[in-house]
Design a protein around this ligand. Structure first.
Ligand code: ZN
Length: 387
């Protein structure tokens, strides 16, 4: 890859013909039309999120005369350039110069560019940028792009993949799943964690349809001219979830719905009963893992491990152990050993050799309190637990 350092391009030059697409959250063009700010492998503008702290920092640096760092352009055909690194910073000052947001100074004063003193305006516009113009093959450029960080915000895994497999498919997929204007996002957010701009919904959709093999899937579909399969699968999963679980609960967010869909989609459920069961478990103080409730119900309400039922505390165990051991007389202090016929019939176990057990199982309404606690030797506890 060949690189040339260019130092005479100013912010004014880059802002000439600056176009920002509000709908897609992208800075599009600059430098009198010669520069493409958001090539396909770039991500959405994220400096405006987090209360705009990042974009403010860019303007603050410019006003103070601090450098805003190296910017990389990629030379494409006939004098055209693409931003390889620096898109977020360029979009920040481009938006500012075009009065898209106001700068809040340390004195608390809020100013739009147009309202600023002339000397400050001139200072910003005349700032010279430090730009490397690169020339190389697509592979070289993309490989290089994968290894860099952009102004402290590392590309996440999905942003890397979007860069690696850039093409028709990624473009279409981002329009659907990485578009903050998509009206479905609120609905999706009930089931999926993350942010649109950081590609979390896209990653989730790809993860589901590919059963976890996102890279293989993106590589295979790279040049597809539609995303029908991806969309259809994603919607099937969400339709299924919302049909089985008619109430949307906070604890549903971020569960592995793709895996659960594959495992349980052919099982029939009664949504009314499911809804009652969910509520009961959500309110049950012995259920520690509320997130496990949904899979527990899908699996027929048998695998209590998913619920992480509250266990007996050490004080209770010691107390019960002491009572059982005192009452044991010439028999074992494990009640199941005591009624058995083997060598352990009279064995007095140490506390460390025993485990606490619910006399009446939690699933049958048994509580986690001293009245429902018995100490069993480890062997018997395991046998009972597996029933
Ligand atoms: Zn025993």
């Amino acid at each position: 890859m060949k690189t040339t350092l260019v130092t005479d391009i100013t912010i004014k030059d880059v802002c000439d013909g600056f176009v920002y697409n509000e709908l897609e959250g992208k800075g599009l063009f600059g430098l009198s039309g010669k520069l493409t700010i958001q090539p396909k492998y770039q991500r959405n503008y994220i400096y405006a999120s987090d209360g705009g702290k990042k974009e403010m920092a860019v303007i603050d640096s410019l006003l103070k005369g601090y450098p805003i760092g190296l910017i990389y352009f990629n030379k494409v055909s006939d004098g055209k350039l693409e931003v390889l690194d620096g898109q977020q910073r360029i979009t920040s000052f481009g938006r500012f110069v075009n009065n898209k947001f106001a700068f809040k100074g340390e004195d608390g004063q809020i100013q739009y560019f147009r309202g600023m003193a002339e000397d400050k305006k001139t200072k910003i516009l005349n700032t010279k940028l430090l730009i490397y113009e690169c020339e190389g093959t697509e592979t070289e450029i993309i490989d290089w792009f994968k290894t860099i960080n952009i102004a402290g915000i590392e590309l996440n895994r999905q942003e890397m993949r979007n860069a690696s497999y850039s093409g028709n498919f990624v473009t279409l997929a981002k329009e659907e799943f990485s578009n903050s204007q998509n009206a479905n996002i609120q609905k999706w957010s009930a089931y999926i964690n993350g942010s649109v701009n950081r590609q979390d919904f896209l990653e989730c959709a790809l993860n589901w349809v590919s059963k976890g093999n996102i890279d293989a899937y993106m590589s295979l579909h790279r040049n597809d001219t539609n995303i029908n399969e991806l969309k259809k699968y994603f919607n099937s999963v969400l339709d299924w979830v919302s049909a089985v679980f008619t109430d949307v609960e906070r604890e549903m967010r971020g569960l592995e719905w793709g895996r659960l869909y594959e495992k349980y989609r052919n099982t029939a459920y009664n949504p009314t009963k499911v809804s009652v069961d969910v509520q009961k478990l959500l309110e049950d103080p012995y259920v520690k893992s509320k997130k496990g409730i949904f899979e527990y119900i899908l699996g027929g309400s048998t695998d209590t491990k998913l619920l992480d039922i509250r266990v007996f505390d050490e004080a209770t165990k010691k107390k019960v152990y002491a009572i059982q051991t005192k009452q044991a007389k010439d028999k074992s202090n494990c009640p199941l050993c005591a009624v058995g016929h083997d060598a352990n019939k009279k064995r007095i176990w140490k506390l460390a050799e025993m485990d606490a057990d619910h006399v009446t199982a939690w699933s049958k309404g048994g509580e986690t309190n001293i009245e429902n606690c018995q100490m069993l030797c480890k062997t018997h506890n395991r046998v009972k637990g597996n029933r």
